[in-house]
Structures are given as C-alpha cells and as structure tokens.
Design a protein around this ligand. Structure first.
Ligand code: AMP
Ligand code: GLY
Length: 435
C-alpha cells in the first residue's frame, strides 16, 4: 500500500513513522513534511491547503490512501477533492470538519445528539458577551468561534480580560462562544470513525499552557502522555456510548458522515464527563505519545476507516510501556516565535535507549543545518516501564538538544507520576477496562 501523508508537523512525523512500521505499507510520501520527515520519506513542496494540488500529487504518486493530518486542509476541502478523484482518504469532508472549524456548529450537533458538554451561548456583540459572562459567572471562558490552533480560548477570573478577548474577536468580524467553566482533569480521546462505526485509541493527556504549573497562555500543546493510569476504568466505553457514537450517528443523519479521527477533548468534572471541544483530526502532541504505543499496523487501520470497514478490524494492540512526549518550542512562542535558530544534539538524543525525536517546525538551511521553523519545533518521546521512567527518558533526550531561546515544560506528566490527579464525582465510580 502506498500512502501520502499531508501536513507539516509533529503529528505527521509520528504518523509517517508508524506507517513505515506497517509491513503492508510499501511506500510513504509526505507533503510538505518537515526536516525530520524528509529524513525518512520523500517529501513534496506543495500547498497542503490546496485541494487540487494535493489531489494531483496523490494521483501522480498513485497513492492508495491519503492521510490528512491538520485541520486547515480539512476545512479547505482537501479530503473531498481526493475522495472525488477516487482515492480513499483518511480525514473528514469539509462539511464534517465543521465539528472542529466552528465551535457553534459543534455545540449544535452535541445538543441534537444529547452529548454532555458545557452550557454555552453564542455572542456577536459586546452586550451579548457581557450578558453571557454574567449568566455563567467566573471563571470566564471565551472562545473564538473559528479555527485558532488551540490559541483562541481565554479562561480567566478577570471579567475585563474576558470582555477584551470577545471584543478582539468582534473587531475582526468574528463571533464568540461563551461557556460555563468546567472543573476537573482533561483527557484527549481519539476515536477513529468510518462514517458509521467507531474505534477508540488509548486516552492521553495534553498540556495546553506554555509554562510549568499550567501558567501562561494557551498553546497548541506543550507535551503529552499515554496511557492514563488515573482515569476511571469505563471512561473509554462511556465516551463511546454517550459522546462519540451519538455524534457520528448525528453527522450521518445530517448527510455529512464523519470519516477520520473524532478527537474528543474531555473534562472529567465533578458532575461527570463533559466535552470541552471536538477536533476533526489527531491531536498534537498527543499523537506522538499515543502512536508510540500502538502495535497494530497503522496503515491497515487508517485504510479500514477510509473505506468504511472499521467493523472488520481486530481489536487494537498496545505496547505495555508508557509514553511521554515533551515539546521544545521557539523563543517567544506562542506570541511571535523567533525561528531560524540552529538545533543541536538531535543525533545524541536519538541514540538514547527508549527515546525518539519527532520534528514539528524544522527546516534545513543552506549549510545543511537543522533549524527551527515554527512555534513548536519538535517533541522528544520517551517510552518507559512507567511514567517516571518514560519521563526520565524524554527529559534525558531533551537534555541533549539545544536551541537558543528554546523553551520546554519541566513538569509534563509529573503530577500523574506522583499520583496526584484525582477524579471527583460520578466519573470516578466506573467499571470496565481501558485500552
Ligand atoms: P479548546 O480550544 O476549546 O480546546 O480550549 C482550549 C483549552 O481551554 C482547553 O483544553 C481547556 O484547558 C480550556 N477550556 C476550554 N473550554 C473550557 C471550559 N468550558 N472550562 C474550562 N476550561 C476550558
Ligand atoms: N493538542 C491539542 C490539539 O491538537 O488541538
């Protein structure tokens, strides 16, 4: 099977790496990829958001499957175009990707499917925003309605800051969604969907804030680990039953069946599990941790989803190890990251036992040096017998790597390793098993 992977980031590097381990995958190409992806497969410089360009490349490469990584090409209709050319594609149509591209749309689908989520109001003026803020009370949650790479959300105790964020969205012609605050730990669960059936991957946790102790602004994600020892045993089945399957059913009922990853961003609140958000693709950097443990060959699974045949696949198999991914970001990320800095120590990091490095925003300069080329630069993944061991490995790898001004969190998975994450309320008393 020949597979073309679309996207430039760490998630795509993880996908490519897993595909290369699938004995039925004979060839992998990526577009545009990054410096790390280019070390392992041929890459192609095209505009990943251009449906015609992606389709032309897939036809030229005689790809059997196209895997679309990021949200922007999905929202631009890349999957529709590839599908129309007769090539199986892993990733939702433009209409189905609205589950991520519009928070207001996602809320409407959840309401129809009776999926538990935060109460929310859409606001288009400062007056409406102020009313909604006062109705829900502090802490305030204000979300830009459109795609914002995880950075469009402000959670604050400060009413003026909440209003200012709403105003800044209105200033550029946007709308906002204002929500009740959800307490409790967050879980990312990736659910593969083929339009009708669903298959869950192992749950992961993501670290959204830039600084240790969950301080500072939201980012695309600064680290992740999987599996989660502390989640209630029936969490995955519960999310399938009450969130993922009803959502997939509702999308099919609307005539916009969803194929790809339904990324369920969940809060395990004191009143039960709630959806914080849906994404229409694998999460980054959770994918780097989740796929590090997947033993079932990935190509076959993604092809089954693309062809509407998920019901036919065997139960997924997982390595017993724990994976921790720590992200190295550029100086000044997430504001205006400084790029172009030389990255040293990659080879040394890779030589460590149980460590691999997945590139995100990297490039090669004229002198052949690997340099930073984006906000998030790379992730170091450690695979260990437990969280402590995996953390040690990931941080040992990071210790070998240097980038001027580079920043990474020192506390990825630390709280979980210390056994300090607790789930309160109904979500805590559950039965069953997790992958
Ligand atoms: P989103 O882009 O919707 O995933 O939001 C980004 C992050 O903001 C989430 O991962 C949460 O940490 C936080 N967040 C979003 N919505 C809420 C909410 N209703 N209550 C508490 N935190 C939230
Ligand atoms: N890690 C969060 C995201 O991929 O949106």
């Amino acid at each position: 099977m020949k597979v073309l992977v679309i996207g430039p980031g760490g998630r795509e590097h993880a996908i490519v790496r897993s595909l290369l381990r699938d004995p039925n995958v004979t060839e992998v190409h990526a577009a545009p990829g990054n410096a790390g992806i280019a070390e392992i497969v041929p890459t192609h410089r095209i505009d990943a958001n251009d449906p015609a360009a992606v389709t032309a490349l897939a036809l030229r490469l005689e790809s059997d499957l196209v895997v679309v990584g990021p949200e922007a090409p999905l929202a631009a209709g890349v999957a529709d175009a590839v599908q129309a050319a007769g090539i199986p594609v892993f990733g939702p149509s433009r209409d189905a990707a609205q589950l991520e591209a519009s928070k207001a749309f996602a809320k409407a689908v959840m309401a129809e499917a009776q999926v538990p989520t935060a109460m929310a109001r859409v606001a288009t003026t400062v007056e409406e925003a102020a009313d909604a803020l006062d109705a829900f009370g502090a802490p305030y949650v204000v979300k830009d309605d459109g795609l914002a790479a995880g950075k469009g959300v402000v959670v604050t105790e400060d009413r003026d800051e909440a209003l200012a964020h709403a105003q800044s969205c209105f200033n550029v012609g946007g709308t906002v969604v204002i929500e009740e605050f959800l307490d409790g730990p967050e879980v990312s669960l990736f659910v593969l969907a083929d339009g009708r059936s669903v298959v869950p991957l192992a749950p992961a946790q993501d670290f959204k804030r830039i600084f240790d102790g969950d301080e500072g602004p939201n980012t695309g994600g600064m680290g992740a680990y999987s599996p989660l020892e502390w989640v209630p045993a029936n969490l995955v089945q519960d999310v399938i039953d009450r969130v993922a399957q009803p959502t997939i059913d509702e999308m099919a009922r609307r005539g916009t069946p969803f194929t790809g990853v339904l990324y369920c961003g969940l809060a395990l609140t004191s009143r039960g599990t709630r959806v914080i958000e849906f994404n229409a693709r694998f999460g980054d950097p959770e994918t780097q941790a989740v796929l590090a443990r997947l033993k079932t060959p990935l190509g076959g699974v993604l092809m089954a989803a693309a062809k509407g045949q998920l019901e036919k696949i065997d139960e997924l198999r997982w390595a017993p190890e724990t994976a921790v991914a720590v992200v190295l970001a550029s100086e000044n990320y997430p504001d205006a990251p400084r790029t172009g800095g030389r990255i040293r120590g990659l080879k040394k990091a890779r030589r460590l036992d149980g460590v691999h490095v997945l590139h995100a925003g990297t490039a090669v300069d004229d002198a052949g040096n690997t340099i930073s080329a984006g906000g998030r630069v790379l992730a170091v993944v450690g695979l260990g017998v437990d969280l402590e061991d995996a953390r040690e490995k990931a941080y040992a790898g990071m210790g070998q790597i240097s980038l001027e001004g580079g920043q990474f969190r020192k506390d990825i998975a630390a709280k979980a390793a210390r056994g300090e994450i607790t789930v309160a309320g109904p979500a805590a008393h559950a039965l069953g098993t997790n992958p």
